[in-house]
Design a protein around this ligand. Structure first.
Ligand code: ADP
Ligand code: MG
Length: 421
């Protein structure tokens, strides 16, 4: 090891207490530390944050980190403060701060104490913030959840579109690192173009989750009983059941409760206190099952979720991958069971009908992929990975036999049947 490598390992140990880098982290960090534009595609849980946190801590100046979620920013800031001498090492700059707090943040940055400054994109657009950041030493810009820049991503945020322009105004030669867990080639291309970093060193980790078992079943009017049976067969294990609507979440949670299953509902229509309580009950294992809309999951890190059931098929393969990805984080068993009826696709199409035409077209294309996935008789894993631009060989690849189509090959005509409720 040369000195630089020793230093990186020493910093990793000093700041984060880890003795080894995970996956591609070290190469990513070297790229960023050397001042190159850098692009990172790693699945959720891959360890993306450290790819910019460590360089931020060791480089001169303040790193600006753009992130869409205030709750996630706060978590990261708290974690970094916990291992540092000075609370000022990391700050969040957003609209919730009062004048005194803003003054403190700016003072810490000016004095070179602050190594990481987290901002929401809408705060970064504010002229006074741009003016201030122009006047200080910025080590690099990190754009986390960079797929928010793309209309082809699952979480498009128009404010992300302006980022390139603003970054240019803050400084001309600031290195940029973009990070995302969305691996579709289209979204990647959008990110590189929109951030104007087509020259970036790109690091892409595999999206294969060998321990997850993928299964799609036809959805009939007996779907509730099918779910109850599945949950009872997995008694005592933690699981998440996703439904499309809040109403269905409430109903299904009740049906499960009546059947003696410890379940709670979770959706954005519940007040914050109830949501917090239900989430904690799940994390503390007072209940086994959360029945939820997609409002549940972002930032929740329960390592031993043993199954994820989709009562309704999601609106894209990315969503499916993200949501099923919450199972088996610890590397143990993770059963992903989706119920599919074409009628649900029509419902999803109908939901989009009020949206702008461009958005509808994208939504339609994404849904067609979901249909292809659900109705396909090929390996689920191969399909998903191919969607993410990755070739997978079931004979040699990890987890090659971990899906219904590989284990129980269907005859062609069966594969095309789908039961409409
Ligand atoms: P992502 O943003 O890619 O979803 P995170 O940055 O939130 O992932 O990291 C996921 C988890 O991995 C965190 O709990 C983090 O502490 C852990 N982690 C990151 N790097 C390492 C490492 N080098 N060794 C061990 N654990 C790590
Ligand atoms: Mg992250």
């Amino acid at each position: 090891m040369n000195k630089e490598e020793i230093d990186l390992h020493a910093s990793l140990k000093q700041y984060f207490g880890f003795s080894k880098f995970k996956g591609l982290q070290e190469s990513v960090i070297k790229s960023l530390v050397s001042g190159d534009n850098t692009f990172v595609i790693m699945p959720t849980g891959g360890g993306k944050s450290l790819c910019y946190q460590l360089p931020a801590l060791i480089k001169e100046g303040t790193a600006i980190i753009v992130s869409p979620l205030i709750a996630l920013m706060k978590n990261q800031v708290d974690a970094i403060r916990a291992v540092s001498q000075h609370d000022g090492v990391a700050h969040v700059l957003n609209s919730s701060l009062n004048k005194t707090e803003i003054k403190q943040v700016k003072e810490d940055i000016t004095n070179g104490i602050t190594k990481l400054l987290y901002v929401a994109p809408e705060s970064l657009t504010k002229e006074e913030n741009v003016q201030f950041l122009r006047s200080v030493t910025v080590s690099f810009m990190a754009v986390d959840e960079a797929h928010c820049i793309s209309e082809w991503g699952h979480d498009f945020r128009p404010e992300y579109r302006n980022l390139r322009h603003i970054i240019k105004r803050i400084g001309d030669n600031i290195p940029i690192i973009g990070l995302t867990a969305t691996a579709t080639p289209k979204v990647q291309e959008d990110i590189l173009k929109s951030l104007d970093i087509t020259d970036a060193n790109t690091f892409k980790a595999s999206f294969n989750r060998p321990n997850l078992y993928y299964e799609v079943r036809p959805k009939t009017k007996n779907v509730d009983s099918d779910i109850i049976r599945f949950v009872k067969q997995n008694e005592g294990k933690s699981g998440i059941i996703y439904c499309l609507s809040r109403k269905r979440v409430e109903e299904l949670a009740q049906v499960l409760q009546v059947n003696g299953i410890k379940a709670v509902p979770y959706h954005a229509g519940l007040d914050a206190k109830t949501r917090g309580k239900h989430q904690d009950m799940f994390l503390m294992e007072d209940v086994d099952v959360v029945v939820a809309t997609i409002a549940f999951g972002m930032g929740i890190d329960k390592p031993d979720v043993r199954f994820v059931i989709h009562h309704d098929i999601p609106k894209s393969i990315e969503s499916y991958y993200q949501e099923t990805g919450r199972a088996g984080r610890d590397g143990g068993e993770g059963h992903c069971l989706a119920f599919y009826a074409y009628k649900d696709i029509e419902k999803l199409e109908k939901f989009m009908s009020g949206k702008p035409v461009a958005e509808q077209e994208i939504g339609h294309a994404l849904l067609q992929e979901v249909v292809a996935f659900a109705e396909s008789s090929m390996s689920r894993r191969k399909f998903i990975l191919h969607y993410f631009g990755e070739e997978f060989d079931n004979g040699t690849g990890d987890g090659g036999d971990m899906d219904d189509n590989v284990r129980y090959p269907k005859k062609q005509h069966e594969a095309q049947d789908n039961v409409v409720v």
